[in-house]
Design a protein around this ligand. Structure first.
Ligand SMILES: [Zn+2]
Length: 508
């Protein structure tokens, strides 16, 4: 059955390539993944999945389910792009496809193709062999805003799910178990209200909301010195007023507070609230806050990770061509990164003992699901080593054969592990035992979301209304072109700086 499943994934390599390239070309940021979701759910519906759209009150979120009875396995991956990271794929130098447009500088265009190929292959084998079981596919909407998975959990999307496998792009094929040592996070917006006045004529009549914002930031930056080393916090001012001769009546600062444990995240959030109120008091303004997102620290399920790792050993790494390696080298050289070939060896299984001492860092809201049902993340090798995350250099390979092959390999790892979960009741039982008796022994899921907090579905709406018509000109048409690179006239692996046809680099 495993051989048949692997053959099923290989048979779908063309589908994977079309999906990777299409979603890359849609490049929709958080909460605006309308085209992406319509495209993926269309494929799943055609293949016998029942789709429910707009779940958890989020227009671009959905679930796609198949099967009547037996274990319910959830499969997910993120789908959103990042602001301002538009990049011509297959170009080793920085070259926006459309200036100011979002782009897949995190490679979130590759995860769902891997998940869909895995699901279709497993489903085929299950039907043929009359294996009972159910699948539920779901998208990581607005992951870059860490803004949906806690809401999915709160809405009960994972009730009845026996185990879950998440996938994420990487330079390696890998998985891990235990506390990941990354940070959980709360995303919160503080809006100060003051009173407008003529800044020169009667400044004493006004109260500056921008003063509230600035004082909060100053106080936070001083307090930062006295916070645990594991915390990370950062902010942007999204509204600093209109023009200098009007005392700003409204001002907004948006914070991400990160730390490693549920209580530490909550403490940081409460400290932020206190400082915002103190800043308001000092400036004669008032402040309101809105939670825009939350992410729990990550925690991988040991039995499922070990099963997945056995499968990875059997699958091995993609067969990189000379062109793939040449392109990776060109990207690294052109951008001043350490030259390191595409990985050809499976990464070791990551365990609490094998990892460095955790020092915090980024967040991933898969954590919320990891604390709800036994879950692992399978990372697959669709990107180039040493590129910078959340940067255009991480988008360069994401619609090239490197991304396609990596996603096929990821699909295989997911598919075989799903098959294990469907056919091995002992594995499911030990996964649940580990979840209940090891993971939940010392901590439990404790997000700061309140019942009133709503998904921030307004984010990125205006930008996309403005820019979508121009982006649509670059959508991939798989009926006309074998690959997206072909459509754009990009030679692969190309020569840095000379690989792009003028049409592809045009910036309206
Ligand atoms: Zn990501």
């Amino acid at each position: 059955m495993k051989q048949a499943t692997l053959a099923g994934v290989d048979k779908r390599a063309k589908l994977v390539q079309e999906m990777v390239d299409s979603i890359f070309s849609f490049a929709e940021p958080g909460f605006q993944e309308f085209r992406t979701s319509e495209y993926i759910t269309g494929i799943l519906e055609k293949n016998g999945f029942k789709v429910q759209r707009g779940v958890a009150g989020i227009p671009t979120a959905w679930t796609a389910t198949w099967g009547e009875s037996g274990p319910l396995i959830a499969l997910g991956s993120d789908i959103d792009a990042l602001l301002g990271l538009s990049q011509v794929p297959g170009s080793a130098t920085i070259k926006p496809q459309l200036v100011g447009a979002p782009g897949h500088g995190e490679g979130h265009n590759s995860g769902m193709p891997a998940v869909v190929a895995a699901a279709l292959s497993v489903k085929e084998v299950m039907q043929k062999n009359k294996i009972q079981g159910r699948l539920m596919l779901w998208p990581g909407v607005a992951e870059e805003l860490l803004a949906t998975k806690a809401f999915y959990v709160r809405a009960g999307l994972f009730e009845g799910v026996d185990a879950s496998i998440f996938t994420h792009v990487s330079k390696d094929l890998s998985t891990s178990w235990g506390p990941a040592g990354n940070n959980g996070m709360v995303s919160v917006e503080y809006t100060f209200s003051g009173k407008t006045a003529h800044s020169a004529g009667s400044p004493w009549s006004g109260r500056s909301a921008l003063d509230g914002v600035e004082l909060m930031n100053i106080a936070w930056n001083m307090r930062r010195e006295h916070l645990p080393l594991t915390q990370r916090s950062h902010y942007v001012i999204t509204n600093g007023g209109g023009q200098p001769n009007v005392v700003p009546g409204e001002g907004t600062v948006w914070y991400y507070f990160r730390d490693q444990t549920f209580p530490a995240i909550r403490e940081l959030y409460e400290l932020g609230n206190t400082i915002s109120e103190a800043a308001a008091q000092a400036t004669g303004t008032t402040v309101k806050r809105r939670v825009l997102g939350y992410a729990a620290p990550n925690f991988g399920n040991k039995p499922i990770a070990e099963a997945a790792y056995e499968n990875m050993k059997a699958i091995g790494m993609p067969q990189w061509s000379e062109d793939d390696q040449a392109f990776a080298k060109a990207v690294q050289e052109a951008n001043g990164f350490k030259v390191e070939p595409l990985a050809t060896e499976l990464a070791p299984l990551s365990t609490p003992d094998s990892r460095d001492r955790p020092m915090g860092g980024g967040s991933d809201d898969i954590g919320d699901i990891m604390w709800t049902v036994p879950t692992i993340t399978i990372r697959f090798p669709s990107n180039i080593p040493n590129t910078i995350g959340h940067n255009v250099t991480a988008a360069m390979a994401m619609a090239t054969p490197i991304a396609h092959k990596g996603a096929v390999t990821g699909a295989k790892a997911v598919a075989l592990t799903v098959l294990d979960l469907m056919t091995t009741p002992e594995l499911l039982a030990s996964a649940k035992d580990y979840f209940n008796n090891v993971q939940l022994k010392d901590a439990k899921y404790d997000p700061v979301l309140s019942a009133e907090d709503q998904p921030a579905v307004h984010l990125n709406k205006e930008l996309m209304e403005r820019i979508r018509p121009q982006m649509a000109k670059f959508y991939y048409d798989p009926k006309k072109y074998r690959t997206y690179l072909e459509q754009l006239g990009v030679a692969y692996p190309g020569v840095p700086g000379a690989s792009v046809s003028p049409a592809a680099g045009e910036a309206p």
